[in-house]
Design a protein around this ligand. Structure first.
Ligand code: LLP
Length: 443
C-alpha cells in the first residue's frame, strides 16, 4: 500500500496516522472506522490555494462533508460547493460563511432554492432553464439580487468511468453549448432583473488523469465566453472549470500534480484570452477527490478467512459496500495493509469481502496481504472521497464513526450510528398496532 500524508509504521510495527496508532484507534473507536489525516487534508487545500493563487478554490462538499470538515475548509480559506439542501444545511450549521457557498444541483427543489436564497449563498450554479425560471421568480419574491453561474456542457469526453463523466453533450448536467441552449440560458439570465450572471461553469468528469482534457475544455469555454461577448456585449468575469483531478488508488494510477493542472489551466486561459481579445477571467476550480481522497483511511476488523483451495481466499471484514460502495459501483481499485502488522512483507493475493448480503459486495478483488487472520486490523487507503458521502445502510448496518487525527490527537467528528439511530425513523402505524393487540387478545 502506498502511504499518504502522515502515514508511517511505528515502533510496534503498527500503522500510524497523524501520530496516532491505528490499532489504538480501532480499539478505542471500534471498526469500521473512517480516519481523516488532518495535516494531509490541509496540505491538499494549501496546494490548491497556492497553485490557483489568483483564482478561487472551492472544495466539492460531495466528496466528504461533516461539520468538522467544513471548519477545516473554512480555516484553509477555501470556498465550498454544496450540492443539496442537506450539504447546505451542514455548511450553515457549521457556521461556514454563506457568501463563500456555491450551490450546485441539477434539480434543486423550490424548497432548496428558497433555502439557498434565504441563507445568502454566494452563487447559485444554475443547471438548466427550468431552474433559471424558478430561481428568477423566487429571487424576485424575496427581493434578492442573486449571483449565479450558468453550468454548461462543453461536449468533452473525459477518459473516466461512464458514471462519473459529465462533460459530454449527452449528460443530465448543464446546458449544451453545441445546441445553443447554453446561449439561450445566458440571454435569459441577463434579462432577469433579480439575477446577476457572473460566469459559466463546467465539470468534465472525475478521476481524470489527462491534462489535455482540461486544456481542451478551457479552449471551448473561452470560445463560449467570446461568443457571449460578441452576441450580448457582456463580459463574464468568472470561469469555473469544476473538479476532476484524479488521485492514486492502486498501482498504475499516475495522477498529475495540482501544480501541473494549475499550470495548464492558467496558461491556456491566458493564451485564449489574448487570442480572443478578452480580459482574463477569474478562474474557479472545484476539487474534491484530490483534496479529500488521500486524507482518508478506513480501518476494518478481519473476521472469517475462507480459503477455497485452488480458487481464492476470501478475507471478510466488518464493513463493505455500505461504507465504500465504489468497488461495487465502479470497479474501483484500492490497496490495503494489516495495520497491526504493518511492517510485514505482503504475501499472497486475497480478496477482501464486505459483510452485506450481496456477492458484489467486495472491497478489493486482489489485495496482497501477509496471511490475514481473524482479529487483524485491515487498513484501506485513499478512502477520503466518495466513501462516507455515499455510505448507506443496506441490511440495516449502522454507519461507521469518523475520527480526525493530527499530531498525536484523535477527535471524533462523526459518531458511530447505533441500532437506535438506524431504527429511529421507523413508524408502526396505529392500525398495525391494533391488529397486534387484537391478535394477542384472541390468543
Ligand atoms: N464540481 C462538480 C460540479 C462535480 O459534479 C464534482 C463531482 C466535483 C466538482 C468534484 O470532482 P472531483 O474533484 O472530486 O473529481 N462518486 C464518484 C464521483 C462523482 C463525482 C461527482 N461530481 C466516485 O466515487 O468516483
Amino acid at each position: 500500500m502506498r502511504f499518504n500524508g502522515t502515514m508511517r509504521v511505528n515502533g510496534k510495527n503498527h500503522l500510524e496516522i497523524g501520530g496516532v496508532d491505528t490499532v489504538f484507534l480501532a480499539r478505542e473507536f471500534g471498526t469500521p472506522l473512517y480516519v481523516v489525516d488532518e495535516a494531509c487534508f490541509r496540505d491538499n487545500c494549501r496546494r490548491y490555494r497556492e497553485a490557483f493563487a489568483g483564482g478561487e478554490v472551492i472544495y466539492a462538499g460531495k466528496t466528504m462533508l461533516v461539520k468538522a470538515v467544513c471548519r477545516l475548509v473554512e480555516e484553509e480559506g477555501l470556498s465550498l460547493d454544496v450540492a443539496s439542501g442537506g450539504e447546505l444545511a451542514c455548511a450553515i450549521s457549521a457556521g461556514f460563511p454563506a457568501s463563500r457557498l456555491y450551490f450546485h444541483g441539477n434539480n434543486k427543489t423550490p424548497a432548496e432554492i428558497r433555502m439557498g436564497l434565504e441563507s445568502g449563498v454566494g452563487r447559485f450554479m444554475v443547471d438548466n432553464l427550468y431552474e433559471l425560471g424558478l430561481l428568477s421568480q423566487a429571487a424576485a419574491r424575496t427581493g434578492v439580487r442573486q449571483g449565479i453561474i450558468l453550468r454548461v456542457t462543453p461536449g468533452i469526453e473525459a477518459h473516466t468511468h461512464e458514471y462519473i463523466k459529465t462533460g459530454q453533450i449527452d449528460s443530465k448536467f448543464g446546458l449544451p453549448i453545441e445546441t445553443g441552449q447554453a446561449m439561450e440560458g445566458v440571454e435569459k439570465a441577463l434579462v432577469s432583473p433579480n439575477l446577476v450572471l457572473k460566469g459559466i461553469h463546467c465539470h468534465i468528469g472525475s478521476q481524470v488523469f489527462e491534462l489535455e482534457s482540461f486544456e481542451h475544455t478551457v479552449r471551448i469555454m473561452m470560445n463560449f465566453l467570446a461568443q457571449v461577448h460578441r452576441s450580448t456585449g457582456h463580459l463574464l468575469e468568472e470561469l469555473d472549470l469544476g473538479g476532476g483531478l484524479g488521485i492514486y488508488y492502486a498501482e498504475g494510477d499516475l495522477p498529475p500534480a495540482v501544480s501541473g493542472l494549475a499550470g495548464v489551466i492558467t496558461a491556456t486561459v491566458g493564451e485564449a484570452a489574448v487570442s480572443r481579445n478578452l480580459p482574463v477571467p477569474r478562474v474557479l476550480v472545484e476539487p474534491g477527490r484530490s483534496i479529500g481522497g488521500p486524507s482518508g483511511t478506513t480501518l476494518y476488523t478481519v473476521g472469517a478467512v475462507k480459503v477455497i483451495p485452488g480458487v481464492r481466499t476470501y478475507v471478510d471484514v466488518d464493513g463493505g459496500m455500505n461504507d465504500n460502495p465504489r468497488t461495487a459501483l465502479y470497479g474501483a481499485r484500492y490497496e490495503a495493509l494489516l495495520a497491526n502488522r504493518a511492517g510485514e512483507a505482503a504475501g499472497d493475493v486475497v480478496a477482501v469481502a464486505g459483510n452485506c448480503c450481496e456477492s458484489g459486495d467486495m472491497l478489493i478483488h486482489e489485495a496482497r496481504l501477509p496471511a490475514p487472520r481473524p482479529g487483524d486490523i485491515l487498513a484501506i487507503s485513499a478512502t477520503g472521497a466518495y466513501n462516507f458521502s455515499m455510505s448507506m445502510n443496506y441490511n440495516r448496518f449502522p454507519r461507521p464513526a469518523m475520527v480526525l487525527v493530527n499530531e498525536g490527537r484523535a477527535d471524533l467528528i462523526l459518531r458511530r450510528e447505533t441500532y437506535e439511530d438506524v431504527l429511529d425513523h421507523d413508524v408502526i402505524p396505529p392500525r398495525l398496532r391494533i391488529r397486534e393487540a387484537l391478535r394477542k387478545a384472541a390468543r
